[in-house]
Design a binder for this molecule. Structure first.
Ligand code: KG4
Ligand code: ZN
Length: 316
């Protein structure tokens, strides 16, 4: 529950990570079933924790897409049902937009801004001119940054989600003798590619079974270096007042430290939500919903989940 797009009244996370860990990744059907079981109890808990009643609410915001269709349908259907029952408008939010608005919970967004979204499904650089103008300037051509962590973790025998596990293991060694390559893409754009890294980690982990921590550290350094160097190039080309970072991988301490150094050197404001707001959460969806609410953008009666849901690309 969020008031005024800014003040978090309550935040409840019903995570299916434990159910997914059994499979070492996200199984769409498992995700959808977990959503069915947890969505209404989570809403009830959020209301109770905020000490408010449905009649105090102005609108219901929900992630409309992109993502796994089964899970999205559960969320959108629940939001529409609650909207009907409570007589409230429903707002359909784009998942990447929602991640960015985790930053709005900390203070007003400074435009124009560059945004780096790094999650299990996305690695995108965006040009964010104002609340309603968000264009993609670069994205991954294959695996997402979080996927590189998740798949690398699996090669290292670590549990899902891989990012926190890799970070914790990497932190047990002061340095690593290994260097894992990340492809530099031709053409000078801002795209990313992490699929080669997955193979390189698997090979290194098999070759060096006694050096798991050093391999984890090499993986973390490689992902972070690729993200930071491309973001640095974008900061040179775009007149950004701020860089906003979001998505589960933004919880990574090495990435946070290197982005802090980068933005400090460039004199650019850095927006980095606290780790709990970097991973998927309802407050960021509500914050994004607030700005759509102010623009009167509501989900139509015949509208539902939307996936894929590409954001406009720069120059199009
Ligand atoms: O944004 P998110 O919660 O879910 C979506 O994918 O939308 O991001 C989850 C991803 C997973 O791939 C997870 O391994 C990664 O974020 N992650 C991290 C860390 N915490 C979560 N990656 C690196 N370091 C972390 N501390
Ligand atoms: Zn996410």
């Amino acid at each position: 529950m969020v008031a005024g797009g800014r003040r978090v009244l309550s935040g409840v996370v019903a995570s299916s990570a434990a159910a997914q860990a059994v499979f070492g990744g996200v199984v769409p059907e498992v995700a959808a079933r977990e959503h069915v079981a947890t969505v209404l109890p989570a809403v009830r808990r959020a209301l109770a924790a905020a000490g408010i009643r449905p009649r105090d609410l102005a609108a219901v915001a929900v992630t409309r897409g992109p993502g796994l269709l089964g899970a999205l349908l559960v969320g959108v259907t629940a939001a529409k049902a609650l909207g009907l029952a409570w007589g409230l408008p429903v707002i359909g939010v784009h998942h990447l937009e929602a991640h960015l608005y985790a930053n709005a919970l900390a203070g007003p967004i400074r435009f124009p801004a560059l945004a780096l979204i790094v999650s299990g499904g996305h690695t995108s650089l965006l040009w964010w001119e104002d609340h309603s103008r968000l264009t993609v300037i670069g994205e991954t051509r294959d695996d997402a940054a979080g996927e590189a962590f998740d798949k690398g973790a699996r090669a290292l025998g670590l549990p899902y989600p891989g990012g926190p596990a890799v970070e914790a293991l990497a932190a047990t060694v002061p340095s690593t003798p290994f260097h894992l390559p990340v492809a530099r893409l031709e053409g000078g754009g801002y795209d990313f590619s992490f699929s080669g890294l997955k193979t390189a980690v698997a090979e290194l982990a098999a070759r060096e079974p006694g050096a798991r921590a050093a391999v984890a550290r090499a993986l973390e350094e490689a992902v972070v270096a690729a993200l930071v160097r491309t973001t640095a190039r974008a900061l040179e080309a775009y007149p950004a007042a701020a860089l906003y970072v979001a998505g589960g991988v933004a919880a990574n301490r090495r990435l946070r430290g290197e982005l802090e150094a980068l933005c400090h050197a460039r004199g650019v404001v850095l927006g980095l939500p606290p780790p709990a707001l970097c991973t998927d959460n309802a407050a960021m969806v509500a914050a994004a919903g607030y700005y759509r609410f102010r623009r009167g953008e509501f989900l139509g009666r015949w509208e539902s989940a939307e996936t894929p849901w590409p954001l406009p690309a720069a120059g199009s």
